[in-house]
Design a protein around this ligand. Structure first.
Ligand SMILES: *Cc1c(COP(=O)(O)O)cnc(C)c1O
Length: 220
């Protein structure tokens, strides 16, 4: 089943769009089915689960992190994550930058834009994104490399709401690219989950994050 799910999704992806398998709450055995089917990029949401799984999966897995990180859990995530997609506050950003300085590492990161209507979805508002990128363009956050934006659309069946969310983040990214042309690495737009990834492609997604549509429903 996992193999068929992956094949179906991959078959619909334009070249250059990265499929991230969101494996939270699924055991390593299940993840290995995806691995055997050629999947190499996986993402987790919880620091503890993330760092428990890393050593149990093959070493050529590219790990992303997509959940909230308390600053005291950074050491569980940052040594292994190729991309932290969920930089959702200034406090976290500053802590990541400090960790990078202390460990002589540069952390690839996406700024999480608070997109959906739900208050529980974290992230920067537009003013916050602009202000971080302005500081970054002026030399701040020297141990972070911002690669783009991540967002989660409103959880709804109303497609027009999802489209308007995706349009907002796409437009914000375009405006940031125009305002900060020197940030030539700021190319990624991580939007699209199991329920809305086909729509996300229409809005320029470069990364889609898929859990349920690959692995089935999660056991909580
Ligand atoms: C869980 C999660 C996903 C995957 O959700 P599905 O609907 O199962 O595809 C994607 N992105 C983030 C940030 C998540 O927390």
């Amino acid at each position: 089943m996992i193999q068929e799910n992956l094949a179906r999704i991959r078959g619909a992806l334009p070249e250059g769009v990265k499929l991230v398998a969101v494996s939270k709450f699924h055991p390593v055995e299940t993840m290995m089915e995806a691995y055997e089917a050629g999947q190499r990029c996986f993402a987790e949401n919880r620091p503890q689960e993330f760092c428990a799984k890393v050593p149990r999966m093959p070493s050529d897995v590219e790990w992303h992190f997509t959940g909230h990180i308390q600053t005291n859990k950074l050491k569980l995530v940052l040594p292994y994550a190729r991309l932290v997609q969920s930089v959702d506050s200034l406090r976290l950003l500053q802590a990541i930058d400090r960790w990078g300085a202390a460990n002589d590492k540069t952390i690839n990161a996406l700024l999480q834009f608070h997109l959906g209507a739900e208050e529980t979805k974290g992230g920067f508002d537009e003013v916050g994104i602009v202000s971080v990128l302005r500081e970054y363009a002026d030399g701040a956050y020297g141990h972070v490399r911002f690669r783009g934006l991540m967002g989660m659309a409103t959880f709804t069946d109303d497609e027009s709401v999802i489209r308007s969310d995706f349009a907002r983040i796409r437009d914000l990214k375009q405006r940031m690219n125009a305002a900060f042309p020197q940030l030539s690495d700021f190319t990624e737009l991580s939007i699209g989950m199991s329920g809305d990834w086909r729509i996300a492609l229409e809005y320029g997604a470069t990364i889609i994050r898929i859990g349920t549509a690959i692995f089935g429903h999660r056991q909580y």
